[in-house]
Design a protein around this ligand. Sequence first.
Ligand SMILES: Nc1nc2c(ncn2[C@@H]2O[C@H](COP(=O)(O)OP(=O)(O)O)[C@@H](O)[C@H]2O)c(=O)[nH]1
Ligand SMILES: [Mg+2]
Length: 472
Amino acid sequence: MVPEFAIIGHPNEGKSSVLSTLAEDDSVRVSPTPGETRECRVFPVVIDGREVLRFTDTPGFQNPGRVLSELKRLSGIASDPFVTFRSASAGDPELHDDRELLGPVVRGAGIIYVVDGSRPLRNVDRAEMEILRISARPRLAIINSKQADERHLEAWKNEFRQHFNSFRIFNAHRATYAERILLLEALQAIDQDWQQPLAEVIAAFRRDWASRNQRCTEIIADLLAAALSLRLEGKLAAGDDEEPCRQRLFADYQRQLAQLENGAHRQIQTLFKHNIFRSQLPPHSLLHEEIFSARSWQLLGLTRRQVVLVGGLGGAAIGAGIDVAALGHGLGLFTLFGTLAGGAGAFFGGKNLSSRARFLGQPLGGESLQIGPAKSLDLLFVLLNRALLFYRHTINWAHGRREGATPEGVVLWAGENFTHHWSAGKIRTCRDFFLLASGGKGDEESEERQQLQTMLADTLTEISTSEGPHRQ
Ligand SMILES: Nc1nc2c(ncn2[C@@H]2O[C@H](COP(=O)(O)OP(=O)(O)O)[C@@H](O)[C@H]2O)c(=O)[nH]1
Ligand SMILES: [Mg+2]
């Protein structure tokens, strides 16, 4: 039988949000209006086409005091006071929600009790906990603090020690993959009967996560292959001014790179089951910057040390170490494009450009300007770091969190470089893939691509098992 857990609690404490995050299901209805959920709804967790676990969302308690006294009264006379209570209260609209939420308890579901730990404990909470305690179902309490206020935490914990098998702090808006696994492990411990099935669920979760990461390395490698090989050409007619043509070409190039990147990021979002709501990037995220902004290159490109490493790798010479100052100054990228194309550290390929640089007059006609394939390894690092930033943002965006919600207590962190510490071996793997990809062969099965993906898989594992952003 598939283990079932009912998410129970007072209205508006974050039950549905917790469920949405735990089940990675952003179709769960979350609402600021208390008491909107009137019926239970089952959310199966399906892995590899098989339901491994189900969570049931329930309406909030409306009359816990009354329900408790009814149950106590029935406990002497009914064989199962919960069943009797439910049938006896069937005609009473006032008890509708209370009756409904006890449905899964009666059919044997485990209980996950959710409270907002940022508010003080009240008598109604005690009545709710007492009801759950006398149900004798295995139960775990979750403290989902909607505000940063921690003054009441100790009181809640003390209360939970008396009424529950276990409790955990789990935040519906901030919980990470690692914290979801920890919660499942805690559920495993509350009842011996669930140990085995939940161990399988946890193993399935881990396998599923690893296969998503694997798929994500393909998405990133595909993006890099397409971006690094991107090549555009602009024809110059006799008498054409070269500058506008360059500008157009470069604008096109930027636009197409951005499209490729955007497509890859959307795939990552879908892979991690963000189907309905789009996560919001923190206001200062580097991902708001254009791919070719000086800040992107400064923070996400190769470090000086790595540029030296690239030089020492041997083999084909490769452009590395873009002059970031050139990206930022007034003349911007066109200068870089024009200058570098003819210069020693050629950034973009420039058919005819080096000769043209010497002839800066009117074009003779029938010539073409070319941009791409990429000539600088930095582009790989900028795109890779941006993809990793996006990955980290996506996996840490809890499904229960909705657009516009204020992320209390969440310290959203500035863009970071995931590759600054990479050593020569990893840089070489990137370099080898770069050579392949810029030669138009990055999407083919190859040793180089395989190595890149294996390395990326480790990086993704590291990112997903490291502490969440709010812990930093
Ligand atoms: N800031 C913040 N808001 C939360 C959190 N959990 C839930 N909420 C908000 O609280 C309201 C009620 O949440 P919901 O999950 O629908 O509660 P339910 O009635 O217990 O199912 C919604 O507006 C949520 O966005 C949280 O961890 N932090
Ligand atoms: Mg709800």
